[in-house]
Write a protein that binds this ligand. Sequence first.
Ligand SMILES: [Zn+2]
Length: 318
Amino acid sequence: MKSLLLSLLIAVTLWADAHLFVYHRFGDSRYPTTNTTVEELRSQFEYFKNNGYKVVPLEKLISHLKTRKNIPNKWIVLTIDDNFKSFYTNGLALFKKYDYPFSIFVYVEATQKRYPDYLSWDELKEISKYGSIEFHSYAHKHMTYMSDEEIKEDFKKGLEVFSKELNIKPKVFTYPYGEYSPRVKEISKSFGFDAIINQNMGAVSGFSDIYDIDRTALVGKSNLKLYLRYKALNAFWKEPLVFPHNATLTSLHVETNESAKKGGVYITGHGWMKAALENGNFNIKLNKKLIKKRSRIVISIGNKISTKLLIKDKYGTR
Ligand SMILES: [Zn+2]
């Protein structure tokens, strides 16, 4: 009886999930699809504060994932992609007011070449007193369209400038546009980051891949309460793993450690459909044309989800 209780307890704690979110611009109405208004940011922060959520530094989540420690259920990690000035002018004050840690991911070339909409190195140094500064590539290009050599060159150049200007070594990487393939992921991993974060909706649990951490965008019109309800599904994707031949998805094969008979499948451009499962496993024949070159397949069992990003890789599928 004791061991049953213990295993139930372990199961419950192992299922706990953290949620990572990504912002881009703040209070910048010129770009509504990548912007978060200051009012919206304040109401999200109030929601976290009033509902028992704990905003923790990204490195704390990573250290728990590394050591496979329990991840508490109400952890939130806040990240910002692209070093836009609007974070400094419109966002930072609220992060300071609520004492919420954050990680900002730098598109190095934009700061190095002093593009008008981007933060300076001095501003980034100032910001580093309140949050961590991480890496988001040198030239912010679509990496699945770059050769191995071009990707490696981008990392080398970006990391060199980053370390020289800020005197720190970034520990975490996010892909430009959230776009990657198995090949891009392998090359990125070879640069020794502690973790790599994608931009696929989901949650993070003890079993999550530290080099493929899900993160939900909180931009434009977003539904925070819905996003917080999602949990991570422990899923082993067998098929598809890469963008399919002729852009046609013919089969979906994913094993889970659930025992459900029913689930859901979402395909970009096609929406959600119901799926009959074989003892928690998705083994489905399909004939779906992928409408977009960048498509997401999401599988769900109850409120647990797992996402696979399928994107054309010009340089092969490994
Ligand atoms: Zn970006």
